[in-house]
Design a protein around this ligand. Structure first.
Ligand code: HEM
Length: 477
């Protein structure tokens, strides 16, 4: 049988054809970049600065060339609304999500059209407010156990200085555990054995693919990197399959998301999700559900450590609302300032720093032609710093999120969770979790940035500290 060209190859060929027919259209302005490569080197070395510089120098609609691909970054709220909401059906996720797809398959994050609609409908009830409230106990218990571990660390610490933890790693483990317990009633870290390092390898590879714009050897070429990824993926797959098989064998309905997915049928009431489909959704939720929230929390702690006055105000609120008992779901509404601090941290450090689409049809945005096939970039990093909507954009000021101030700003100027039909399904899950974790840990500890460390950013699938985040731990007891 004749091999058909790979999707990446077909995309390259299409991109060349489109490039030839672009001369008679009004295309957005943008940097020339290097011959042939365009802005490829810039996006790989410092994408955040590239997008900021592009907006400053060329305006709200900027065209970048990446080899054969054209990418248009948009910043006007009305255009973002068009792409994410009004004409959402005229876009697919961009091919740069293919790296992620190697990891999560065709789960909710990466699937399209009919299949995506079915899965989204199926999963939405699992994220209903009432159900989420039931998860709050797990969130607090896991955070309390981490605080207990920190207590022990402080108690056993010898030496003149305070004990140090890598807060980023610790928060990744914490949110990983919470997702396992809440959505799959599973202690992932027990089952996982080697899952932690394997997941880190898998994620690192997905990140690598995302920033390399697909111009890397395809997965079947046995490069050391591809082989490492394959081995790690096998470990992750075995764990996920183990969870599914165990649940199938026990026939127990625990009422969690996995039970809902297993019980769901199509319109005929006959066809259930295959093990492969279940695996993709489980992997998607484990990944999407822990990475992002851990980044949001890490950046929040970093900002609080740099802004002691704001930190004192958060701690005072936690004391006033919870006293000495651990926070609970009843406190969520009253932890109002804490919520604004998290919102503002996600403005400055949006965990999902780039949302990408590919146009399926020719269209116009901001008076410019956007030919079918163009990649459209929506960068919360840049949009959240747009001086037209955010005075003193680099300043950390949680009161930007007072209700009356929010009401006065146009929508689609703040989009840490995206927007339109593909908006994050876990938005409330994440916000409840972030509040409860922050309140539980801050109630008992203050964390201070260890001085002199390299806090460079890594803008991969999520926005993370490139070298972890070391913090001195000080018990409030
Ligand atoms: C602070 C934490 C989080 C942030 C910043 C975040 C951000 C986002 C963003 C921006 C999108 C849209 C991507 C796009 O349009 O291309 C998204 C989608 C998604 N998120 Fe989140 N997320 C967070 C937490 C969570 C949690 C806790 C879960 C699950 C437990 C989750 C599950 C998902 C899923 C499944 C999708 C795909 C939805 C769809 O396409 O229907 N996320 N997230």
């Amino acid at each position: 049988m004749k091999d058909s060209p790979s999707p990446a190859f077909a995309q390259l060929a299409n991109a060349f054809t489109r490039r030839r027919s672009n001369h008679d259209r009004k295309l957005p302005p943008g940097p020339e970049g290097l011959p042939l490569l365009g802005s490829m080197v810039d996006v790989r070395t410092d994408a955040l600065s590239m997008f900021e510089r592009g907006r400053r120098e060329h305006g709200d609609t900027v065209r970048y060339r990446f080899g054969p691909f054209d990418m248009v970054a948009i910043h006007r709220p009305q255009d973002i609304r068009t792409v994410l909401l009004e004409r959402a059906d005229d876009f697919h996720k961009s091919p740069t999500y293919q790296g992620l797809e190697l990891v999560v398959g065709k789960g909710l994050l990466t699937s399209e059209d009919q299949f995506w609609r079915r899965q989204r409908k199926l999963m939405t009830p699992a994220f209903h407010h009432k159900r989420l409230l039931g998860f709050c106990d797990h969130m607090v218990r896991c955070s309390t156990e981490l605080a207990d571990e920190w207590d022990e660390l402080v108690a056993n610490h010898r030496g003149a200085q305070l004990p140090i933890v890598d807060l980023h790693t610790q928060l990744l483990s914490l949110t990983f555990r919470i997702v396992g317990l809440t959505l799959f009633s599973t202690e992932l870290s027990d089952k996982a054995g080697d899952m932690g390092p394997a997941l880190a390898t898998v994620l690192e590879h997905a990140n690598h693919l995302a920033v390399s714009m697909l111009l890397v050897p395809p997965p079947w070429v046995p490069t050391p990197r591809n082989l490492r990824f394959k081995a790690a993926m096998q470990v992750v797959d075995d764990v996920v399959q183990g969870i599914i098989t165990e649940r199938r064998n026990s026939r127990e309905d625990t009422g969690d998301l996995l039970s809902m997915l297993m019980a769901a049928t199509d319109e005929t009431g006959q066809i259930r999700m295959s093990d492969r489909e279940l695996r993709d959704e489980v992997a998607t939720l484990v990944l999407a559900g822990h990475e992002t929230t851990a980044q949001a929390l890490t950046w929040t702690f970093m900002l609080l450590s740099r802004h002691p006055v704001i930190e004192r105000r958060v701690v005072a609120e936690i004391r006033a609302v919870c006293g000495d008992r651990p926070p609970s779901m009843e406190d969520l509404a009253a932890l109002d300032y804490t919520g604004r601090v998290i919102d503002e941290a996600m403005r400055l450090y949006p965990p999902a720093w780039l949302i990408e689409r590919q146009a399926l049809v020719d269209l116009e945005l901001d008076g410019y032609s956007i030919p079918a096939g163009t990649l459209v970039a929506i960068s919360p990093w840049t949009i959240h710093r747009h001086p037209a909507h955010w005075p003193n954009p680099e300043g950390f000021d949680p009161d930007r999120f007072l209700p009356e101030t929010v009401a006065a700003r146009p929508r689609y100027t703040y989009l840490p969770f995206g927007g339109g039909p593909r908006q994050c399904i876990g938005v409330n899950f994440a916000l409840y979790e972030a509040k409860l974790v922050l309140a539980t840990l801050l109630q008992r500890f203050s964390v201070e940035l260890v001085s002199g460390q390299d806090l460079s950013l890594e803008a991969a699938v999520t926005l993370r500290p490139a070298h972890g985040m070391k913090m001195w731990l000080r018990s409030r007891a």
